[in-house]
Design a protein. Sequence first.
Length: 96
Amino acid sequence: GEGGCGACTITVGRLDPNKNTISYQAVNACLAPLCSLDGCAVITVEGIGTSKAPHPVQKRISEMHGSQCGFCTPGIVMSLYSTLCKNSKPSLADIE
């Protein structure tokens, strides 16, 4: 893949041994070698909510008709989810 569309975006959690915390990052799965994920927590769009109990990001996009064709929507959801993992009250600049 080329990584341009972001449809395959996942959230990767890595332990920061200096801070003893987990840092989260949005990653294009098509560009991430499997060995780079060793010891990491990998979260996919299927892992953050269900159709009956969607994650707040999924629910908000659905309620506000934020999807177009739907191809890249999972990537958008995961990018927003990753942002919220880093900062539960992000600014507009953080989201952009």
